[in-house]
Design a protein around this ligand. Structure first.
Ligand code: 5GP
Ligand code: ZN
Length: 114
């Protein structure tokens, strides 16, 4: 989808600080980081929101989780901890409509989230 910001990052049409690439997903630094480590893991394939995911996307979405955890381990903050978040639609605070898993780490997180 040429009008989707994250599809354009997947295509390389918009630059991003990529930290992970594989056949089905990429990971890149968030442009407005909310923690010392703030990475977005996204499927290469366009899925607008979690509401649009189907049973066929189970492996793809699980892959984002496992990839995020691996990155946290490699970067040395898995033991101290981190948070993964997927915002959906207006009340979830979603602003980019191509599903993405936020990985936030390197500081203590508050709960409940704002
Ligand atoms: P959402 O609010 O949809 O859950 O998260 C969207 C995230 O994308 C935000 O944290 C925002 O900072 C990030 N973002 C928006 N535009 C860009 C961009 O052009 N490049 C990168 N790397 N991140 C972006
Ligand atoms: Zn997209």
């Amino acid at each position: 989808m040429s009008d989707c910001l994250f599809c354009r990052i997947v295509a390389g049409a918009i630059p991003a600080k990529k930290i992970h690439e594989d056949a089905t997903s990429i990971g890149f630094a968030d442009i407005n980081p909310q923690a010392p480590h703030h990475v977005l893991f996204i499927p290469r394939r366009h899925i607008a929101t979690l509401n649009d995911a189907t049973a066929e996307d189970r492996e793809l979405l699980g892959h984002l989780m496992v990839t995020a955890a691996k990155y946290a381990r490699e970067q040395g903050f898995s033991d101290t901890g981190y948070r993964v978040v997927m915002n959906a639609n207006r009340d979830g605070g979603q602003t980019v409509f191509h599903v993405h898993l936020h990985l936030l780490g390197g500081r203590a997180m508050a709960w409940p989230p704002g």
